[in-house]
Design a protein around this ligand. Structure first.
Ligand SMILES: Cc1cc2nc3c(=O)[nH]c(=O)nc-3n(C[C@H](O)[C@H](O)[C@H](O)COP(=O)(O)O)c2cc1C
Length: 189
């Protein structure tokens, strides 16, 4: 199991979300920690149906691709999730995942609490900061510790990989990932 789990919420192969998370992963690994990117590409993550069954089992009752990711998220010290902006909000599957993981964790000893990380958002042009705020709601209500950077964790790009040309965005993400890593290392002492 990796020290830090990074979820890529894009359906595109080699897309900008994955590019941005790879920048974070490299920085985390430079700090001597292990990191694993889990992509939602090709996966099905349905919305929470409020059945409450996660209260009697440490997983979700829905039969899709969420449960297989839960052990890695639960064991990790760090949790980072990246989303592309779709019509001014996070891609639906990303919020489905955040809401369902938050509920499973909450009903089973609040196991997300104390994890270190935060959201990362990419888009062509607009809706990045409101999407970041939307995703932050799950981090804060779950008691996770969100690290800052020199700017918000956003980067601009449209065509796959274009986000790499956003020099300030890449620097922001590197600093964010360095802060996440340093905090995890401090907390271990
Ligand atoms: C359905 C859809 C809606 C989108 N809505 C927005 C938007 O509101 N604002 C924006 O700047 N980009 C928007 N985009 C562009 C993506 O956010 C952008 O291409 C992003 O880099 C995709 O990330 P990915 O390569 O990780 O999939 C949209 C793209 C799609 C497919």
């Amino acid at each position: 199991m990796a020290d830090v789990v990074l979820i890529s919420g894009s359906p595109r192969a080699n897309g900008n979300t994955e590019y941005a998370l790879n920048i974070c992963k490299e920085e985390i690994e430079k700090h001597g920690l292990t990191a694993e990117i889990i992509s939602l590409r090709g996966k099905q993550i349905h919305g929470c149906i409020a059945c409450g069954k996660c209260g009697t089992q440490d997983c979700c009752a829905l039969q899709d691709d969420l449960n297989e990711m839960l052990p890695a998220i639960k064991e990790a010290k760090g949790f980072i999730i990246g989303a592309p902006v779709y019509f001014g909000t996070a891609r639906g599957d990303v919020m489905n995942l955040l809401q369902r993981v938050s509920m499973v964790a909450r009903k089973n000893g609040n196991w997300l609490a104390g994890k270190v990380g935060g959201p990362v958002v990419v888009a062509r042009r607009g809706g990045l900061t409101s999407t970041l705020q939307e995703m932050l709601m799950s981090f804060f209500i779950s008691g996770m510790t969100v690290c800052g950077s020199t700017y918000w964790n956003i980067a601009f790009g449209n065509a796959p990989g274009e986000v790499g040309e956003d020099a300030e965005g890449m620097q922001t993400l590197q600093t964010f990932a360095a802060n996440v890593s340093e905090l995890i290392i401090q907390l271990r002492k």
